[in-house]
Design a protein around this ligand. Structure first.
Ligand code: ZN
Ligand code: ZN
Length: 63
């Protein structure tokens, strides 16, 4: 697993499903696209429309 990026800040979160662990698949708030308290990803940075996200669960980095 990758280390959590030093830019990661839990004050900057994005509610985007993680493509690796897909842990939000069976979660009702996530499926309703609400701000789930369990499933979110660190918003590391964004350039244009590309978000750089990191999953706190599996540490996957990427869109
Ligand atoms: Zn993940
Ligand atoms: Zn959820």
């Amino acid at each position: 697993m990758l280390p959590i990026d030093p830019q990661a800040d839990d004050g900057r979160r994005a509610w985007v499903a993680c493509p690796r662990c897909d842990d939000a698949r069976h979660c009702t708030p996530c499926q309703e696209r609400r701000t789930c308290g369990e499933h979110w990803r660190y918003l590391l940075s964004h350039s244009g429309s590309t978000l750089h996200l990191q999953c706190p669960g599996c540490t996957h980095v990427g869109p």
